[in-house]
Design a protein around this ligand. Structure first.
Ligand SMILES: Nc1ncnc2c1ncn2[C@@H]1O[C@H](COP(=O)(O)OP(=O)(O)OP(=O)(O)O)[C@@H](O)[C@H]1O
Length: 236
């Protein structure tokens, strides 16, 4: 679903060069739930932003669902982003003046979908996150956990193949964080590939795979859940 080879990214500001990614390699299969951890400043957000086609990279290869991203012009990148990707951020990024229905509608309008289809998608997405009855409410009337659920509904309404989440539980207390994690697990179980940056070791360990980024490189890949073959080999 997502493959990066020897990917590098340098930020250049005035006289300073920051090597945010230094030859990063990663392969995420369709349907995987991968958590990304690592020290502050190690390149996690840069990696996620490049994966999300929000930022360009300097060298290396990136294939998203078989498409060579480096060959795309700006329009084609935006189209690919809209079609394949959904985003969830730490700060929810909801628009305070819009009710939940209209918040979820924002990316669908971008896509130019007809009103009837948008309505169906919005109602379905809000039902999926358990907020169907709150459609006419405004973000300020919801708890942090509920606001993040709306942000997840907004991402889901576009039927993304990959959901990219940058610290989605960073602003939530433990209980709300667990409940948002459970929702992401349900979404993943229905087939959506998920890449999630988190500083929370408990949540990171719940994914099928933890990717550790240190100094702009993938340092180790920890496969947490043993395969069925390994399970069968264990003594009873
Ligand atoms: N727009 C930018 N301009 C210049 N330098 C940047 C920019 N964005 C990130 N950096 C630098 O690139 C490096 C990687 O940053 P990044 O935000 O990817 O790290 P991170 O692992 O997500 O950190 P954190 O866990 O603190 O969010 C850091 O040294 C950071 O200062």
């Amino acid at each position: 679903m997502l493959r990066m080879n020897d990917l590098s990214k340098v930020y250049r500001t005035h006289m300073i060069e920051t090597h945010a990614l230094r030859g990063l390699d990663i392969h995420v299969k369709e349907g995987e739930f991968v958590t990304v951890t690592g020290p502050s400043g190690s390149g996690k957000t840069t990696f996620l932003n490049i994966a999300g086609l929000l930022e360009e990279f300097d060298s290396g290869d990136y294939f998203l669902d078989g498409v060579d991203v480096s060959k795309l012009n700006d329009d084609a990148r935006s189209r690919l982003r809209n079609e394949k990707l959904g985003f969830v951020f730490q700060g929810f990024n909801l628009i305070p003046d819009l009710d939940l229905f209209d918040n979820v509608d924002v990316p669908l309008r971008y896509r130019g979908l007809p009103a009837a289809e948008r309505k169906e998608r919005i109602e379905h997405a809000l039902a999926e996150v358990g907020l169907a009855s709150r459609m006419k409410h405004y973000p300020s009337e919801l708890s942090g956990g509920q606001q993040q659920r709306v942000a997840i509904a907004r991402a889901l309404a576009g039927s993304p193949k990959v959901l990219l989440a940058d610290e989605p539980t960073g602003n939530l207390d433990t209980q709300m964080a667990r409940s948002v994690m459970e929702l992401l697990e349900q979404i993943n179980a229905r087939g959506t590939t998920i890449l999630m940056v988190t500083h929370d070791p408990e949540l990171a360990a719940r994914a099928q795979r933890i990717v550790h980024i240190i100094d702009g490189c993938v340092h180790d890949l920890v496969r947490r859940k043993p395969s069925l073959v390994e399970d069968a080999a264990q003594p009873a």
